[in-house]
Design a binder for this molecule. Structure first.
Ligand SMILES: C[S@@+](CC[C@H](N)C(=O)[O-])C[C@H]1O[C@@H](n2cnc3c(N)ncnc32)[C@H](O)[C@@H]1O
Length: 239
């Protein structure tokens, strides 16, 4: 089990600033740890997200909780005429992604997903990879996403499945709750970040529960696709 008391109280209530500050601290090692801890699978998961988003050429995409710009860079590479906005609450994470935006085509934006500084109906797609878990209440982000999407627009979410379910006969759960926090702590030298990661995955709703939540929040349709035995899910929703 993940010890709750080892987390900063502000992270337990998951205020945007505390979570953003924590990501700011691990920004220098974030990409390396992503590759190591996912055994390189994160690249193919993000590719599936970009494929599902299928933005119109010349359209506008908002990548939310964009972190170090992995998804934003993939989106830009998939359609050179696309306008890509990359929003994140942590400026150090966005700064860390500068090397993936050498041509300056991606527009980084320091912003909270719950209060987006964008006009209504201003983007054709919203993507969010491994970000939704960090945002509370999720309903505030759903409302903002629906507000900024154009009619017929689409939200594509890449997120871990609920670690509360046994996956691969429990092997994955053991990895998640024991190995991942220990290795994350060793490499990042941050006592909280990777315990926080495991805990938020364990507490995250199952795919059907998340999809029901999104329908209640007003999305007109929602689909889900398990990746890597349900370790990760790709959810797509329409306004
Ligand atoms: C696990 S990282 C994912 C980064 C990136 N999307 C990826 O695929 O690697 C989660 C990101 O969510 C951001 N974040 C957390 N709360 C947020 C909020 N309320 N609004 C915007 N970004 C937020 C963090 O700063 C962090 O960069």
């Amino acid at each position: 089990m993940i010890p709750r008391q080892s987390l900063d109280p502000s992270l337990q209530t998951q205020t945007g600033k505390a979570v953003g500050d924590m990501f700011g601290r691990i920004a220098p090692v974030y990409d390396l740890l992503n590759r190591c801890l996912s055994l390189g699978l994160d690249i193919s998961w993000r590719k599936a997200l970009v494929q599902a988003a299928a933005p119109p050429s010349g359209g506008r995409v908002l990548d939310l909780a964009a972190g170090t710009l992995d998804v934003a860079a993939m989106l830009q590479a998939s359609r050179p005429r696309l306008s890509v906005l990359a929003a994140d609450i942590s400026l150090p994470m966005l700064m860390r992604g500068r090397s993936k935006n050498r041509q300056g085509k991606i527009l980084p934006l320091g912003a909270d997903a719950r209060r987006l500084p964008l006009p209504d109906a201003s983007v054709d797609r919203v993507t969010i990879a491994f970000g939704l878990r960090n945002i509370r209440p999720r309903e505030n982000a759903y409302a903002e996403i629906q507000r900024v999407l154009t009619p017929g627009g689409r939200l594509c979410i890449l997120e871990f499945g609920s670690g509360g379910q046994r996956i691969l006969g429990g092997l994955y759960n053991l990895y998640l709750t024991r190995f991942l926090p220990a290795l994350g702590r060793l490499i990042s030298r941050d006592r909280q970040a990777y315990t926080y990661l495991a805990r938020t995955i364990c507490e995250f709703p199952t795919a059907p529960a998340l999809e029901a939540e999104m329908r209640t929040a007003g999305f007109s349709w929602v689909t889900g696709l398990p990746l890597s035995s349900g370790i990760v899910w790709l959810h797509t929703a329409g306004v």
